[in-house]
Design a protein around this ligand. Structure first.
Ligand SMILES: CC(C)(COP(=O)(O)OP(=O)(O)OC[C@H]1O[C@@H](n2cnc3c(N)ncnc32)[C@H](O)[C@@H]1OP(=O)(O)O)[C@@H](O)C(=O)NCCC(=O)NCCS
Length: 179
C-alpha cells in the first residue's frame, strides 16, 4: 500500500503543507522548536542539523508523498523514538497511518539491539493514541504541563512498545497467532 524512503530536502515543502496551523504544528512536532508560520527551511534545517534524526517519507504506489515519520535511536542503541508522524490531510482515514506505523516499527526493530520503541503524544490526540495502542503501545507516564499552547497546558503521554509485545501484535496482524 505504501513505500517508505528516506526524507530528502526537496520533500520539505510538501510535508510542511500538511501542517495547517500552529496547533497542528505542536500536535505533530511537540517541543521540537518549530515556529509559526512553519516553513520548509525549518524542516530542511532540522533534518540537516542532526543525522541521528532519521526522517522518512511514505509514498503511495504512484510515488506521491502521503506521510512522514522520524526514527531516532538513543545513545544506548537499545531504544528508538518514533516521532513526527503525519499523514497528509487529504489521505487520512484510509489506513495510511496504520501502514506507516507498521513500516516504522519494522524498520526500528530490524536492528536486533533495539528492545523497545517509545513516543510522545498529547492526551488530546485520542485518535493517534488508539492507532498506537493497536500496535501494542502502552501508556507509561503523563507529563501534565508538557507544552503551553495559547495559554493552556497540553499534557503529553509517553507510550512504549517492547519488542515482545510488538512481535505478538505483528503475529495477530498477520493472522498467525500461534507462530
Ligand atoms: C494520526 C494520523 C497519522 C493517523 O493517520 P490516518 O491515515 O488517518 O490513520 P488510519 O487511516 O490508518 O487510521 C488508523 C486508526 O487510527 C485511529 N485514528 C487515527 N486518527 C484518528 C482520528 N482523527 N479520529 C479517530 N480515530 C483516528 C483510528 O483508530 C483508525 O482506526 P479505524 O480505521 O478503525 O478508524 C493522522 O490523523 C494525522 O496525520 N494526524 C495529524 C498529525 C498527528 O496528530 N500525528 C500524531 C502525533 S503523535
Amino acid at each position: 500500500m505504501i513505500e517508505v524512503r528516506a526524507f530528502e530536502s526537496s520533500d520539505a515543502r510538501k510535508v510542511v503543507s500538511w501542517i495547517d496551523d500552529f496547533e497542528a504544528l505542536i500536535m505533530w512536532s511537540g517541543n521540537s522548536g518549530f515556529t509559526w508560520p512553519f516553513e520548509a527551511g525549518q524542516l530542511a534545517d532540522f533534518h540537516a542539523s542532526d543525522p541521528g534524526r532519521r526522517l522518512h517519507v511514505a509514498t503511495d504506489p504512484d510515488g506521491t508523498p502521503v506521510g512522514h515519520f522520524m526514527l531516532r535511536t538513543d545513545p544506548s542503541g537499545r531504544s528508538v523514538r518514533l516521532g513526527m508522524v503525519v499523514v497528509s490531510p487529504a489521505a487520512r482515514g484510509q489506513g495510511y497511518g496504520e501502514a506507516m506505523v507498521e513500516a516504522a516499527l519494522g524498520r526500528a526493530f530490524a536492528d536486533p539491539a533495539v528492545e523497545g520503541v517509545d513516543l510522545g503524544v498529547y492526551s488530546r490526540n485520542t485518535g493517534a493514541m488508539r492507532l498506537y495502542e493497536r500496535f501494542g503501545f502502552r501508556r507509561e507516564r503523563t507529563e501534565p504541563k508538557a507544552t503551553l499552547v495559547a495559554g493552556e497546558w497540553w499534557p503529553s503521554i509517553t507510550m512504549s512498545l517492547r519488542r515482545d509485545a510488538w512481535g505478538a501484535t505483528e503475529r495477530l496482524r498477520r493472522g498467525r497467532p500461534e507462530a
